[in-house]
Write a protein that binds this ligand. Structure first.
Ligand code: HEM
Length: 426
């Protein structure tokens, strides 16, 4: 087998399948061979060049002109005609937002919409996040057993995301139901018979997002990032376009929700698998911010991201032709021995943990990173204070097969409610 440059494809490259269980369970381990022997390779199964080392990936993020982010939200598995017709029947037109916008449009928009992400603006959301976390823990604290994903981590970040965006309370339930379909539609490999059902859900999500946006336009002074965008549109109509607002209303929920839900589930799992680290943060909560960063590095919720080469270029010594698609495996970069000493070792006091590329890097770096960090810190503060004696239950972990968004579908934990600190020391 040969790649697009005419070079033969190695055995590892030919076998690479990001929808396989190996990738789903542990992406950096799955591509260890590549990181060590063939850091940039062409995957015939995916039709992408796969990049696995820290320095190469950071250099790609740094140059968003040569490596365009325009394909970041493109469907990785093209859908069939029937599903496309269903999407069209809903007027589905998800377009450029921020994460997939090229320059020169991207930077002015990013700047115009940044203020709600400043630390001062985010502080104002902290009581809401803490209250939600407490309410959800209250519901199961006496049970001795919980699936943290189903009973808390799926819903709380979604509710926080909707508050942040400014979604009216009455619309939250409907949007909650639609949001999952979007991930499968974009990053997954739905079977032909699933594609049509997914397309209906995505089409409904799109239309509903439009209705919510109209409601927001009627009350543009309300709190919320979307309302902030609506006000900015009056000042800068060329920068904050209608198409952007409608697309962001839908993509924003996904960007803020699943990433954070998955990141927290991964973090709790990892910490409970390392009891000495868990006990350390229970004893000393000032270690939590560092632990969050190390969890994002070691087992983040975005495993890989995408870029399009706009010209012939060389990455890590490998010539790549213009028009090539690149899968940049950020989770592999985060385990690169060339950047992180003893990279597989989980160390909540690691000095350079925050160098991880889970939030991307450079001009498109995640705008919501501090909101995500705040949520993760609050969840861990609440868990370590109220359920320091919790442990992982016996279970197999499953993941929704996709290249990019990664977190266990369920996370069962258990504890002895008689030992709850609130009972023993009320
Ligand atoms: C962009 C990851 C949470 C909003 C991104 C990118 C990644 C990412 C990988 C692309 C970076 C690049 O191309 O360089 C994550 C992870 C999160 C998270 C792992 C949670 C742990 C959030 C939250 C929000 C958010 C809570 C809140 C609204 C955004 C936005 C962009 C973005 C608006 C586009 C920035 C731009 O292109 O200029 N995120 N994200 N994210 N994220 Fe997040």
């Amino acid at each position: 087998q040969t790649g697009p440059t005419g070079c033969p494809v190695s055995h590892g490259a030919a076998a690479f399948d990001p929808f396989s269980d190996g990738y789903q369970q542990d992406p950096p381990e799955y591509v260890r061979w590549a990181r060590e022997q063939e850091p940039v390779f062409y995957s015939p199964q995916l039709g992408y060049w796969v990049v696995t080392r820290f320095d190469d990936i950071k250099a790609i993020f740094r140059d968003n002109i040569t490596f365009s982010p325009s394909i970041a939200l493109e469907k990785i598995t093209p859908t069939g005609e029937e599903a496309n017709a269903v999407l069209a029947s809903y007027g589905f037109a998800l377009n450029r937002t921020l994460v997939n916008e090229d320059e020169p449009a991207h930077m002015p928009r990013r700047r115009a919409l940044m203020e709600p992400f400043t630390p001062e603006a985010l502080r104002h959301h902290e009581p809401m996040v803490r209250q939600l976390a407490r309410e959800y823990v209250d519901r199961f604290i006496d049970d001795g057993r919980a699936d943290l994903v189903d009973q808390m981590l799926w819903e709380v970040p979604l509710t926080v995301a909707m508050h942040f965006l400014g979604v009216p309370e009455d619309d939250m339930d409907t949007l909650r139901q639609y949001s999952i379909a979007h991930t499968v539609n974009t990053w997954g490999r739905p079977k032909p018979e699933e594609q049509v059902a997914v397309a209906h859900a995505v089409g409904n999500f799109w239309q509903y997002a439009g209705k919510v946006l109209d409601k927001m336009r009627a009350n543009p002074e309300a709190d919320g990032w979307m309302q902030y965008g609506i006000r900015k549109q009056k000042e800068l109509p060329e920068v904050v376009t209608d198409s952007y607002l409608h697309s962001m209303m839908m993509a924003g929920i996904v960007a803020a929700h699943e990433t954070t839900a998955n990141a927290t589930a991964n973090a709790v799992k990892l910490l409970l698998q390392h009891p000495e680290a868990w006990q350390a943060i229970c004893r000393d909560p000032s270690l939590i911010p560092g632990a969050v960063e190390e969890c994002l590095r070691h087992n983040g919720s975005v495993a890989a991201w995408r870029r399009l080469a706009t010209k012939d270029v060389v990455v890590g010594g490998q010539p790549i032709p213009a028009g090539s698609r690149l899968l940049i495996v950020t989770s592999s970069a985060n385990h690169d021995e060339g950047h992180f000493v003893d990279a597989d070792f989980f160390d909540i006091e690691r000095d350079n943990a925050s160098d991880h590329l889970t939030f991307g890097y450079g001009s498109h770096q995640c705008m919501g990173k501090n909101l995500a960090r705040m949520e993760m810190q609050i969840f861990l503060e609440e868990f370590t204070r109220r359920l320091p004696h919790m442990r992982l239950a016996e279970q197999e972990f499953s993941y929704v097969p996709n290249t990019s968004f990664r977190g266990p579908e369920h996370l069962w934990v258990e504890w002895d409610p008689a030992q709850n600190p609130e009972r023993t020391n009320p």
